[in-house]
Every structure is written in structure tokens, then in C-alpha cells.
Design a protein around this ligand. Structure first.
Ligand code: NAP
Length: 246
């Protein structure tokens, strides 16, 4: 059975992706931020995955920390024997206009959203290269493709992920490792629940389907990109936005 790691999988798109991958037959390694509440939520996600008949284990690590990622990947390899898929999903926002943004808000978002992707790919690629097989999906954003006022830090991190995705696709293609990105639009998760109704309504005017996306609608595409059906797709960015930009 194939094994996939999902970062930031205690809630939102990550939790939903872990469950979708379990449903599709993957054993899942569920990463969560090192806090008691995240650990508890991750345990519940793991229980739901196990109920689908697969192996599911939880791993506490701050993915912005290189050494913690190294330890976690080592442990997952020991526990599962192989790492077939990696989903770099963990992310945060610290939104405000550039004029008001603190340096610490910029640095924190880059560390969690972008550096984490380097940290995880760096360690997992060693395993995948030896296996001569692997599939990586990085969770970018429409903000990384088109920009979004109030998100200069977030847009920078998500645009960087796209460059990293294409580069890794080129570096590791000959080893049978694919690397793709998804760019979600406005998805119904705890990350967007905090936005004001006024902003939500304004954003919806721009969406052709006139509704928010659901985490399941991102998870299904990630699962496809990890599957054998996507064996000849690499270096691509799949927009999942209900027609936000056309
Ligand atoms: P979410 O509900 O806030 O989930 C993000 C998860 O990442 C949380 O479990 C969070 O833990 C975890 N995380 C944060 N920092 C971490 C760290 N340093 N180490 C490990 N885990 C960490 O948000 P979401 O909407 O599901 O977002 C998932 C991904 O989709 C993110 O990369 C986001 O940028 C991207 N995305 C979302 C949307 C959207 O509309 N929702 C649109 C485009 C892209 P804590 O709760 O403890 O922080």
C-alpha cells in the first residue's frame, strides 16, 4: 500500500486530504503543529482514516523548522518503510496592507508557507530518489498566481512555491518523481472563516460558480495528482477556484 505525508493535517484542507487519501487506499502520515489542541484534532483525523481500513499515524513537528522536518521524515520512513506521496499543505496568513505589515509578519508567513516546503522536499526527496518513485503536491494559492491586496507576504510565499514546484519537477523527473501544485481559490476552512462577511461577499462576486469551494474539492484533485492516473503530469499548477480568473 502507498504511503503519503500530509503537513498541517489537523484541520481544514489538510485533514480533508488525509481522509480522502485514506478513502483512496493510502496509508497516511498526519503531521500537525506541536500543540495539545492540534495533537488532539490530528488524533481524531487518524481515527477516521483508520476506520477506512488504512494505517494512519500522527507526527508532531513545526514544518518551518528544518531539523524537526528531518526527524519527522526519518521516523515516518522507519514506521512505514516507504514514502510515496508528500502533500505540503501547512500554511498561515498574517494579512494586512504592505504599508502596515510588520517585518515579523512577513518573515513568519515565509517561514511556514515557503521554507517548510523546502524543508520537507529536501528530506523526502532523498527517500523518493532511492525508491525511484514519488509524487509531491504543493498547496499554493490563487494569490500566488495573481496577487491579492493585503497579502504581500502570503502571495510571495505561494508564488515561490510555484517556482519551487517547477524546479523540483525538472530536477527529479528522471527519477520518476513528479511535483505539481494546486492553487485553491476561496475555500471554506478555518482560515477563511475569520474573514468579514463584507469581504467574503466581495470575493464571491469574482467567482464564476458564485460559491466558496469545499475542502473536499481540493482533496480530490490532490488525490488524483498522487495517483497513477496522473503519472505523466509534472511541473503543473492546477487552479481550483470555481472560475476566479478567466
Ligand atoms: P487551516 O484550516 O488554517 O489549516 C492549516 C493547517 O496548517 C492548520 O492545521 C495549522 O495548524 C497548520 N500549520 C500552521 N503552521 C504550521 C507549522 N508551522 N507546522 C505544522 N503545521 C502548521 O487552513 P486551510 O484553509 O486548510 O489551508 C491549507 C492550505 O491551503 C494552506 O497552505 C493555505 O495557504 C492553502 N490555501 C487555502 C485557501 C482557503 O481559501 N482556505 C486558499 C488557497 C490556499 P494551526 O491551526 O495550529 O495553525
Amino acid at each position: 500500500m502507498a504511503t503519503a505525508i500530509i503537513t498541517g493535517a489537523s484541520q481544514g484542507i489538510g485533514a480533508c486530504t488525509a481522509k480522502r487519501l485514506a478513502k483512496d487506499g493510502f496509508d497516511v502520515a498526519i503531521n500537525h503543529y506541536p500543540s495539545d489542541s492540534d495533537a488532539q484534532k490530528a488524533l481524531e483525523v487518524a481515527e477516521e482514516c483508520r476506520a477506512l481500513g488504512v494505517r494512519a499515524e500522527c507526527y508532531s513537528a513545526d514544518v518551518s523548522d528544518f531539523a524537526q522536518c528531518e526527524q519527522m521524515v526519518k521516523k515516518i520512513k522507519e514506521d512505514f518503510g516507504a514514502i510515496d506521496g508528500l502533500v505540503n499543505n501547512a500554511g498561515i496568513t498574517k494579512d494586512t496592507l504592505l504599508a502596515r505589515m510588520k517585518e515579523s509578519d512577513y518573515d513568519a508567513v515565509i517561514a511556514v508557507n515557503q521554507k517548510s516546503v523546502f524543508n520537507m522536499m529536501k528530506h523526502v526527496c532523498n527517500v523518493m530518489m532511492r525508491q525511484r518513485h514519488g509524487r509531491i503536491v504543493n498547496v499554493s494559492s490563487m494569490a500566488g498566481l495573481y496577487g491579492n491586496a493585503g497579502q504581500v507576504n502570503y502571495s510571495a510565499s505561494k508564488a515561490a512555491i510555484i517556482g519551487m514546484t517547477k524546479t523540483v519537477a525538472k530536477e527529479f523527473g528522471s527519477r520518476n518523481i513528479t511535483c505539481n501544485a494546486v492553487a485553491p481559490g476561496f475555500i471554506h476552512t478555518p482560515m477563511t472563516d475569520v474573514l468579514s462577511d463584507e469581504l467574503k461577499n466581495k470575493m464571491l462576486e469574482l467567482v464564476a460558480l458564485k460559491r466558496y469551494g469545499e475542502p473536499e474539492e481540493i482533496a480530490s484533485v490532490i488525490s488524483f495528482l498522487l495517483s497513477d492516473s496522473a503519472s505523466y503530469i509534472t511541473g503543473q499548477v492546477i487552479e481550483i477556484s470555481g472560475g476566479l480568473s478567466m
